[in-house]
Design a binder for this molecule. Structure first.
Ligand SMILES: Nc1ncnc2c1ncn2[C@@H]1O[C@H](COP(=O)(O)OP(=O)(O)OP(=O)(O)O)[C@@H](O)[C@H]1O
Ligand SMILES: [Mg+2]
Length: 306
């Protein structure tokens, strides 16, 4: 079981796009089940991207908002509902044929958005994220609640990787996610605010994880890098930078016009996706110990390892 959290200081840097692309790539290359969890309860970019059918989204028995609303004693029942929904709908599971028939007959709600790629929404359409008092949730309580969810997911659900997509700016949920991760990817763009806030995020994550004696490594991931800066960004390896991802005008346009989503096959033709697959994942896989280093100077080191 391996766990990755994507976070950032500034918003809009590409966390959701990267999390989803990595989920697809890992599922396919490692031939395993990947669970993507939307921890962004206000923007909920991953939820909107993955569940475009609002009716289908509303039918799902479990969302993170549901889970965080409930008192501790009531959570097991909800987790049981998640287990039932997810295991029954698993394409590798025993009941998959029945589900496939239902799916073609109508809108059968499923967490499995692609074969082996499960996505848990932050909230359903009926829930108003702005009702959530989560912004004020105390960090220790959030760590405890998210920890219980994680423990359940990793021990009871058929998943090999968990990827947390978080809200920009490191709220208590994002910080809690880093305490459960093997690897935190702090995504940033070229601008000054993005760099500064990414550095602050790095320090905050390191301090918390050291205090809790958690093992997690943090790396910077520069996204939307202009062609003139790519070489320079690539040389930042010594400072815990993963290979940079170039700015891709096609991807930007795609989102502006909402034509196709990252879950569709056509997206894989993008330069963005190819770079994440051929460079970012290759490097991450070596750091996570699932691949051997093929060439170069060995895996990147992290400034801090807990
Ligand atoms: N490499 C790239 N080249 C061009 N556009 C990109 C690239 N990466 C992301 N984008 C665009 O940036 C926008 C924000 O992406 P995304 O929603 O993934 O960011 P985010 O960090 O999750 O945002 P938020 O903080 O709101 O959750 C999208 O319009 C997306 O198409
Ligand atoms: Mg997002």
């Amino acid at each position: 079981m391996r766990t990755i959290t994507l976070c950032s200081g500034k918003g809009g840097v590409g966390k959701t796009l990267l999390a989803t692309s990595l989920g697809k790539i890992i599922q396919r290359q490692e031939k395993c089940n990947v669970l993507l969890v939307d921890l962004d309860l206000s923007v909920r970019g991953l939820t909107l991207l993955a569940f475009q059918n609002k009716y289908e989204l509303d039918q799902l028995p479990f969302s993170l908002t549901d889970y965080f609303y409930l008192e501790d004693g009531d959570q097991p029942e909800l987790l049981h509902a998640l287990h039932k929904g997810l295991v029954q709908n698993n394409s590798n599971g025993e009941e998959s044929q029945e589900v496939a028939v239902q799916a073609t007959a109508g809108h059968h709600p499923t967490y499995e958005r692609l074969d082996g790629l499960f996505i848990i929404p932050s909230s359903t359409e009926n829930e108003r994220p702005d009702w959530m008092p989560l912004h004020h949730l105390e960090l220790n309580e959030t760590i405890d609640k998210l920890g219980k969810f994680y423990e359940f997911a990793t021990s009871s659900l058929p998943v090999d990787y968990v990827i947390f997509d978080t809200q920009a700016g490191l709220g208590s949920l994002s910080l809690a996610a880093t305490t459960l991760s093997d690897m935190n990817l702090i995504v940033l763009e070229e601008d000054d605010i993005s760099w500064r806030t990414a550095l602050n995020a790095f320090m905050e994550i390191s301090t918390l994880n050291k205090r809790l004696q958690r093992k997690s490594h943090s790396y910077f991931l520069a996204n939307k890098v202009s062609s003139s800066m790519l070489d320079a960004a690539d040389k930042l390896k010594a400072f815990s930078f993963l290979p940079p991802v170039p700015f891709d005008a096609w991807v930007q346009k795609l989102f502006a016009h909402a034509t196709i989503t990252v879950l569709e096959n056509d997206f894989e033709g993008s330069d963005f996706f190819k770079q994440v697959e051929s460079r970012v994942w290759q490097e991450l896989a070596v750091i996570l110990g699932v691949r051997q280093q093929t060439s170069g100077n060995g895996p990147r080191s992290s400034w801090w390892r807990g």
